[in-house]
Design a protein around this ligand. Structure first.
Ligand SMILES: Cc1cc2nc3c(=O)[nH]c(=O)nc-3n(C[C@H](O)[C@H](O)[C@H](O)COP(=O)(O)OP(=O)(O)OC[C@H]3O[C@@H](n4cnc5c(N)ncnc54)[C@H](O)[C@@H]3O)c2cc1C
Length: 382
């Protein structure tokens, strides 16, 4: 007989659920944990055998300070709050992380006004400990970085997303959440009261009935909403590739190094990140892809190497002679279409009663996850 789905946590009567969540990425996990901590009994449904297998495990792992996003936006507010909560959680649960600090660097005089506006925005967003750094200070802080001036954010850092997800899963289950893994949500039907959710798993299918369904399906969130009859938004996948650099290129660099972002915040610019083992990666770039491309594994085109090297050597002249290797990629679930304006996170009840959409959770979603969870739990508190 084929094995069925995997159930972790308490078995529940799945014909009378209070709240179910589609998607056990970092956001679905954080919501499950928050709801369980508030005494609710959420059921988390995930199609992979384990949690955090999609966008959550394919990112830079950066704990963002909250510098970039328009003041008052959900991205700005939830990034700042989420960062503080994330550091507290990492410290309480021994989740590997480091407060490396970050420099956003103006490569030349013409970039200075943009650097100044970024500083002003970051201050308005409530980011702490920011410092304006001049050329001489920059040379002292990071001798391998070339630039006219920089913004130093000491509260930026890195976290291990895999360990973070493991801790959130354990915490959520301990508090009363249940995880059903290897279950693919196929259809969602609104009933006179609640929603019927059909899931398919390796041994067959099952229909669950819940009062509320939280749609945290990442790249597939528009599909889940549409299945329920809500076609109010579309996800535009935007791929970001990474190249890795040899250890010699990383030597002597101790902070995350970023260029100034593009105006519409499609991406933050190809930057230097480190994982917790000290391995240096460059990326991610931005490349909108067709929806159908999500159905197959993609790769990182080695022909992009020169472009990545050129981007890196603007701030790190020694990268001129370094050879880069194609590394991993991640796909942003953007609500901002190609050429479109900045779009905020979508955290809102759907027009379909009982459905709540958590969509467009691109960067800084990893940082903001715990604050997104608080926000959603408050919204559905009735
Ligand atoms: C290239 C890149 C770099 C990034 N860098 C950073 C960074 O440095 N810092 C930061 O804060 N953020 C970063 N982000 C953003 C961050 O990774 C995301 O915001 C976050 O991981 C989103 O988590 P999620 O839970 O919403 O989505 P996901 O991790 O995609 O989870 C959604 C889950 O839903 C499941 N699912 C979908 N459909 C179904 C279905 N029908 N049935 C059952 N399950 C389903 C999927 O399997 C998946 O596990 C980056 C993103 C990218 C792409």
């Amino acid at each position: 007989m084929r094995s069925s789905f995997t159930l972790r946590g308490q078995a529940r009567d799945r014909s009378r659920l209070d709240v179910a969540i589609v998607g056990a990425g970092v956001v679905g996990l954080a919501i499950a944990r928050e709801l369980a901590n508030r005494g609710r009994e959420p059921l988390l449904i995930e199609r992979h055998p384990a949690v955090g297998r999609e966008t959550t495990s394919r990112n830079s792992g950066v704990i963002h300070a909250g510098l970039y996003y328009p003041t008052g936006s959900l991205k700005a507010r939830l990034c700042v709050r989420g960062r503080r909560l994330l550091y507290e959680l990492c410290e309480a649960h021994n989740i590997p992380h480091r407060r490396l600090g970050k420099l956003v660097v103006a490569a030349n005089e013409t970039e200075l006004p943009a650097l100044e506006s970024l500083m002003a925005r970051a201050r308005k967003n409530g980011v702490e400990q920011l410092q304006a750094v001049d050329k001489a200070q920059l040379a002292r802080l990071e001798p391998r970085v070339a630039g006219t001036a920089a913004l130093l954010s000491p509260v930026s850092g890195i976290v291990d997303p895999h360990e973070l997800c493991k801790a959130l899963e354990a915490d959520a289950i301990r508090a009363g959440a249940t995880l059903m893994a290897r279950c693919d949500v196929m259809t969602v039907e609104a009933m006179s009261r609640g929603l019927a959710v059909e899931v398919s798993h390796p041994a067959g299918s099952e229909t669950l009935i819940c009062e509320r369904l939280i749609n945290a399906a990442g790249l597939w969130a528009d599909r889940i909403a549409k299945a329920a009859g809500d076609d109010s938004f579309a996800v535009h996948p935007c791929k970001g590739d990474y190249f890795s650099a040899p250890a010699s290129a990383a030597r002597g660099i101790s902070r995350l190094i970023y260029p100034l972002p593009d105006q519409k915040l499609v991406g933050l610019g190809v930057h230097v990140t480190f994982d917790l083992a000290g391995r240096m990666r460059l990326g991610p770039d931005t490349e909108y892809i067709a929806r159908e491309q999500l159905d197959r594994p993609l790769d990182v085109d080695p022909a992009k190497e020169a472009r990545f090297r050129d981007a890196a050597r603007r701030l790190l002249p020694h990268m001129r002679d370094v050879s880069l290797q194609p590394d991993s990629y991640g796909i942003r679930p953007k609500l901002q279409p190609y050429g479109g304006e900045f779009h905020d996170f979508l955290l809102a009840p759907s027009s379909v009663r009982g459905l709540y959409n958590v969509a467009g959770i691109e960067s800084p979603g990893l940082t903001a996850a715990l604050a997104i969870a608080e926000y959603v739990a408050d919204e559905i508190a009735d």
